[in-house]
Write a protein that binds this ligand. Structure first.
Ligand code: ATP
Ligand code: MG
Ligand code: MG
Length: 546
């Protein structure tokens, strides 16, 4: 494998030195929300490293907060990881699957004099752990005997104490400058059922206790996590060292992904969903993997993005334009072309009859294997209202009264007459086609503009959803009202479009370049054959702010 970043370099070294014969990584989401683009970075890293090293990667749900977790999230996370193109080794794993082992390890710690039941209130504990003259303050319960601790912990487990009345704490070092070593809580009482273990437990282990042991039980070689866990590493190592677990994985931290115009925190994304600012976790405006998928992003484009941003320890903010570049780049080379008119204006071609003429064009300019599609040309067509102007700005190359324009894949037409309603609005253009211009330039003059069009009679009506960036500010948190204060009201618009008939058969998730408009996908949920619904994935070029 190529040592293209410091983590891969470590893995290469550990294989070369014989420290490990086989690499095992894990992706450990908490099932308390949907995965977002930040998680994609971690997925690509963990699965990528394992794949490149010929090893394997586990999927483990870090499910130690039952009240925030849900089966819906578990299902969504599995679907998203698979959709991104990865398969975990063997069964899905759950930290809750180790609750018995974790309990036994807790008994071991107590017997070693390395854990105690603390009967202080949560406030007293947190007060005691904060710094007073450079150190924390020991709990009055810190020196309970092993027997007393075993008896109390047993009672905690049996539900004999109220929530918040006591906890189990590791006995490490109250004077440590690292607060994570000041006797962290490792078990607390929560009388709530768990989505995996039902009502078997009324005490639940804490993340910082559960994670290292779960890693060790799975013989993880490299436990890759984001930088905020750097300060937790000493406890990770203390715990595994103290318990003498059969494996001692190496925790390595890397910087998390931050994207401008985006929030990447499940808690905040959940707020957007719960408060109805978006239509669910998979709303195409959301930076969730499910939302990006519905928006039209491909797994290839997300993997390409993760590859381009790379892995390092330096914190930075990635431009969302980079993500948009990756999907444009992929679709440019794969998506069939089609014509859609988003804001239809009727055009009557007065010199052609009522019969339909079938024109043809390649589905993709560079992919002959995609074949051709039929484009019916009829007496009545629609063009985009923005492609005609009765008051053209300087340099306007599209249709004007008395002027000519090329209909893409078809004829050059001239606008002879503009028909208005009583309110003075343009309702129809009457044009003549130069029937000698199919596939060739007109005689004796240059026609610069080319516009898309669709038959008004055999074209297909389609709902098109125009999406844009969800936030108006590069740093959605920066303003006084936080991210909820800069939601872009223009980020979602629906238009009734006309699309060429070949699009009627589009299957959900078929992707297209609508010529001159951008990239669109048939909606995963709402698009039906014969009644297509398209989502705009991204425009043809980076036009934000321009
Ligand atoms: P959030 O704050 O959004 O809830 P989290 O870290 O609490 O994120 P987990 O479900 O615990 O969410 O994340 C699973 C894995 O994904 C963790 O290893 C975590 O470090 C990683 N991860 C989460 N967010 C990012 C990010 N923005 N960039 C890179 N990795 C991330
Ligand atoms: Mg987490
Ligand atoms: Mg979190």
């Amino acid at each position: 494998m190529e040592a293209k970043d410091f983590i891969r370099a470590q893995v290469v070294e550990d294989l070369a030195s014989g420290k490990h014969a086989r690499i095992i990584t894990r992706f450990p989401p908490e099932p308390n929300g949907y995965l977002h683009i930040g998680h994609a970075k971690s997925i690509c890293l963990n699965f990528g490293v394992a794949q490149e090293a010929g090893g394997e990667c586990n999927l483990r749900f870090d499910d130690t907060n039952p009240e925030k977790e849900d089966q819906e999230y578990i299902d969504a996370i599995k679907r998203d990881v698979n959709w991104l193109g990865f398969q975990w080794a063997g069964e899905t794993r759950y930290a809750s699957g180790y609750f018995d082992a974790l309990y036994d390890y807790a008994l071991q710690l107590i017997r070693m004099g390395k854990a105690y039941v603390d009967s202080q209130s949560p406030e007293e504990i947190s007060q005691g752990r904060s710094t007073h003259n450079g150190a924390g303050i020991e709990s009055p319960y810190r020196n309970r005997s092993v027997e007393e601790n075993l008896a109390l912990f047993e009672k905690m487990r049996n539900g004999e104490f109220d929530e918040g009345s006591c906890v189990l704490r590791a006995k490490v070092d109250m004077a440590s400058p690292n607060i994570n070593l000041r006797d962290p809580v490792i078990y607390r009482i929560k009388k709530v059922p768990h989505h995996q273990t039902g009502d078997k437990w009324v005490i639940y282990p804490m993340y910082d206790y559960t994670h290292p042991i779960s890693d060790a039980l799975e013989y993880i070689t490299h436990s890759l996590c984001t930088l905020e866990f750097e300060d937790h590493r000493p406890f990770y190592d203390w715990l595994l060292e103290t318990l003498g677990t059969p494996a001692h994985p190496q925790q390595i931290e890397f910087s998390r992904l931050n994207l401008n115009y985006t929030v990447t925190s499940k808690r905040k994304l959940k707020k957007l969903v719960d408060e109805g600012h978006v239509n669910g976790w998979d709303d195409p405006r959301m930076p969730t993997i499910a939302g990006l998928r519905r928006r039209g992003y491909t797994p290839e484009s997300l993997r390409d993005f993760c590859d381009r941003i790379g892995i390092s320890k330096s914190e930075g903010v990635v431009d969302v334009g980079m993500l948009e570049f990756c999907i444009r780049n992929h679709l440019e080379n794969t998506a069939p072309r089609a014509m859609a008119v988003l804001n239809p204006l009727k055009v009557v071609i007065t010199n052609v009859g009522d019969e339909t003429q079938i024109l043809r064009s390649a589905r993709h300019p560079n992919l002959p294997e995609l074949g051709e599609r039929e484009i019916p040309f009829t007496r009545e067509i629609v063009i985009d209202a923005a492609d005609f102007s009765d008051n053209p700005p300087k340099g306007f190359k599209r249709l004007v009264q008395g002027g000519e324009v090329r209909l893409r894949h078809s004829y050059v037409i001239r606008c002879d007459e503009v028909v208005r309603n009583e309110a003075g609005e343009i309702v129809e253009l009457r044009c003549t086609a130069d029937l000698d211009t199919l596939g060739k330039n007109p005689e004796g003059r240059k026609v610069k503009g080319v516009i898309q069009w669709v038959s008004a009679t055999v074209g297909v009506a389609a709902e098109v959803r125009l999406y844009d960036r969800l936030f108006t500010q590069p740093d959605p948190e920066a303003g006084d009202d936080g991210f909820l204060g800069c939601i872009n009201p223009e980020a979602f618009k629906v238009v009734q479009a006309m699309v060429e008939p070949s699009l009627a058969a589009a299957a959900p998730e078929d992707r297209f370049q609508f010529e001159r408009e951008g990239y669109f996908v048939a909606d995963l949920t709402d698009s039906k054959p014969g009644k297509p619904v398209f989502n705009r994935t991204v425009g043809l070029r980076d036009s934000w702010g321009g």
